[in-house]
Design a protein around this ligand. Structure first.
Ligand code: FRU
Length: 487
C-alpha cells in the first residue's frame, strides 16, 4: 500500500466537503466524525489565537486502529468549523508507528504540542517517545522531535498520552503508564522550558489494583479540589458499573506536589452510555473547563458499526462544560450548542399524561428537555429513534436506569445499567443526531453517550409512563441544524 502524504490527504478532505451530502448516510449533523477513516481520542484541546483547536487521532487511510495521524479542526463558535486536515503524520523514526495521543499548551506565542511517538522496533517491541511540535499563529505545524526517549525503570513501554499543564511557575505533564507488574498508573514530569523534562515520580493513589493500564490522564483543579481523570483498562465488569470493555472516570481530592500523594474519594465513571472513552479537558478564555470525549471504545463492537460501509468510523461528543457540585463532576452541554436550535417543535408546561408519542418530528437531529415531577419512585420509559420495528430505550425502574439497544434492528446491541441517586424531579436533556445520542440526566449528574444505527426515518420519540401518570413540569423539543465545515 502506498500511503498518501499530508498534502494529498488534506486535498481529499476538502474535496469531500465540497460534495453534496447523502441524506441516507449515517453521518451526524453536529457530532464530529472524519470525512474518511477512523477517528479516536480528542488531542491537544486548546483555545489559542482566538480559536478553539480540536486535534484528534485520525487514521485517514482505513477504518482500523493503525496509521495514527493528528488531525485538526478549528472553530470560534462551535458551529462553524474548518475542514479537517492532518497536521502530524507518523513518518519519523520517533513516531513511525503512530503519532499517538497528547495535548497542547500556549507558550511564547505559539501552541506547543506534546504527543507520544509509538514505535515498533525490528523485533516487534514497543518503544515510546514523547515528542514535541509547535503550531504558530498562521497554523503551520513543525515537529521538534523527541523530548523524552525512555521509559523509567519499573514501567513497561505502555507509556503514553502526556497531558501538559502549567502550575506554580512550572510545566508539568501527567502520563499514562503500566508497572512491570502490569498495574495501571500515572506518572508526573516537570520542566521549566518544555524541552528538558524530569521525572517527579508516580502519583500515589489508593487505586493500587485498578486495571493493567491507565490511558489518557488529565489533571485539573475545580473549586480547590484536584481532579484526576483517566481511562483505566482491565476493570472487572459489575452489575451496575464498568459495563463497557474499558472505562473513563475520575477521582477527586488533593494532590500533594511534594510527596505526590493523592488523597481522594472513590473512582467515579464519567459516562454510563455505550460509547465514551479517552476524554480530554482544557480551560478556555472564559475560564470554563471544557471536555470532549471520543464517542467510541477501543475493541468494543467496532466491527458492527455500519458506517464502515461508508468508509468512516466513530465520532466525538459535543463539548461539555464541567463543574463540581457535592464532590461530583457535573457535565453540561456548552451554551453555544443552543445556536443550533432551528425550530421549537413542541413546548408545554405543567401537564399530566400517561404517555405521549411524537411520530412526526421527521428530523434526525433534535434536542429534548423533559422535567418530571414526583419522579422518586416512577417507572418510566422513553423510546428514542422510534420507527418501524425499532427504538432505542431508556428506562427508569426503582432507582435503576437502563439503556438498551436491544430493540434496534442493526448495528451493535446490548444494555447498560446503573443506579441513579434518587431525586424528586427527574430531568433529562437529550441530543439526538443521525447515529449518536447524548442524554444528560439531572443537570449533568450523569451522562449517557451512545452510537445508534437506525433506519433514516426512525425519528420518533415516545414517553411512556408504563401505566402510571407522568407529572410533567416541562417538555420542550427543538429541531437542530448541523454544524458547518468550511475552509
Ligand atoms: C486511547 C489510546 C491512547 C493512544 C491512542 C492511540 O484510545 O489507546 O492510549 O495514545 O489511543 O490511537
Amino acid at each position: 500500500m502506498k500511503f498518501k502524504g499530508i498534502l494529498d490527504i488534506n486535498k481529499d478532505s476538502k474535496e469531500f466537503y465540497k460534495k453534496e451530502k447523502n441524506n441516507e448516510s449515517f453521518r451526524n449533523n453536529y457530532h464530529f466524525q472524519p470525512p474518511f477513516g477512523l477517528i479516536n481520542d480528542p488531542n491537544g484541546l486548546s483555545f489559542f489565537n482566538g480559536e478553539y483547536n480540536i486535534f484528534f487521532q485520525w487514521n485517514p487511510f482505513t477504518c482500523e486502529h493503525k496509521f495514527k495521524h493528528w488531525g485538526l479542526i478549528k472553530t470560534k463558535d462551535f458551529i462553524n468549523y474548518t475542514i479537517p486536515k492532518v497536521v502530524l503524520a507518523p513518518v519519523d523514526y520517533y513516531d513511525k508507528n503512530g503519532c499517538y495521543s497528547g495535548s497542547a499548551i500556549e507558550r511564547n506565542g505559539v501552541l506547543e504540542l506534546l504527543y507520544t511517538g509509538n514505535v515498533k522496533d525490528e523485533n516487534g517491541n514497543r518503544l515510546s517517545y514523547q515528542c514535541a511540535a509547535i503550531m504558530n499563529k498562521d497554523g503551520d505545524v513543525k515537529k521538534l522531535g523527541a523530548v523524552l526517549d525512555s521509559v523509567p525503570k519499573g514501567y513497561t513501554s505502555h507509556f503514553r498520552d502526556p497531558k501538559v499543564y502549567f502550575k506554580n511557575g512550572k510545566y508539568y505533564f501527567i502520563i499514562g503508564a503500566q508497572t512491570d507488574k502490569l498495574k495501571g498508573r500515572v506518572l508526573l514530569y516537570s520542566s521549566l522550558d518544555m524541552r528538558k523534562w524530569s521525572l517527579e515520580g508516580e502519583v500515589k493513589t489508593r487505586l493500587e489494583n485498578f486495571g493493567y493500564m491507565w490511558e489518557c490522564p488529565n489533571i485539573v483543579t475545580l473549586k480547590d479540589k484536584d481532579v484526576l481523570i483517566f481511562s483505566p483498562q482491565g476493570l472487572e465488569k459489575e452489575e451496575f458499573k464498568y459495563q463497557n470493555i474499558y472505562q473513563s472516570g475520575y477521582i477527586i481530592g488533593k494532590l500533594n506536589y511534594d510527596t505526590l500523594k493523592f488523597n481522594h474519594d472513590e473512582f467515579c465513571e464519567l459516562d454510563m452510555g455505550f460509547d465514551f472513552y479517552a476524554p480530554q479537558i482544557f480551560e478556555d478564555d472564559k475560564n470554563r473547563i471544557l471536555m470532549i470525549g471520543w464517542m467510541g471504545v477501543p475493541e468494543q463492537d467496532e466491527d458492527k458499526h455500519i458506517s464502515l460501509k461508508e468508509n468512516w468510523i466513530h465520532c466525538l461528543t459535543i463539548p461539555r462544560e464541567l463543574t463540581l457540585k457535592n464532590n461530583k463532576i457535573y457535565q453540561h452541554p456548552i451554551d453555544e450548542i443552543k445556536q443550533l436550535r432551528e425550530k421549537m417543535f413542541f413546548c408545554r408546561d405543567n401537564f399530566i399524561e400517561e404517555s405521549l408519542e411524537f411520530s412526526d418530528i421527521n428530523k434526525n437531529s433534535y434536542e429534548f428537555i423533559l422535567d418530571l415531577k414526583d419522579s422518586r419512585n416512577l417507572n418510566f420509559k422513553i423510546e428514542m429513534f422510534k420507527g418501524e420495528g425499532e427504538h432505542f430505550d431508556l428506562y427508569f425502574n426503582d432507582g435503576i436506569c437502563v439503556i438498551s439497544r436491544e430493540n434496534i434492528l442493526q448495528g451493535p446491541h446490548g444494555i447498560r445499567k446503573f443506579i441513579l441517586n434518587k431525586s424528586n424531579n427527574l430531568k433529562l436533556h437529550g441530543f439526538i443526531d443521525k447515529s449518536a445520542v447524548e442524554i444528560y440526566i439531572n443537570d449533568g449528574e450523569y451522562v449517557l453517550s451512545s452510537r445508534v444505527f437506525v433506519k433514516m426515518n426512525s425519528t420518533g420519540l415516545k414517553l411512556n409512563g408504563l401505566g402510571e401518570k407522568l407529572n410533567i413540569n416541562k417538555l420542550e423539543i427543538w429541531t437542530l441544524k448541523g454544524v458547518n465545515y468550511n475552509e
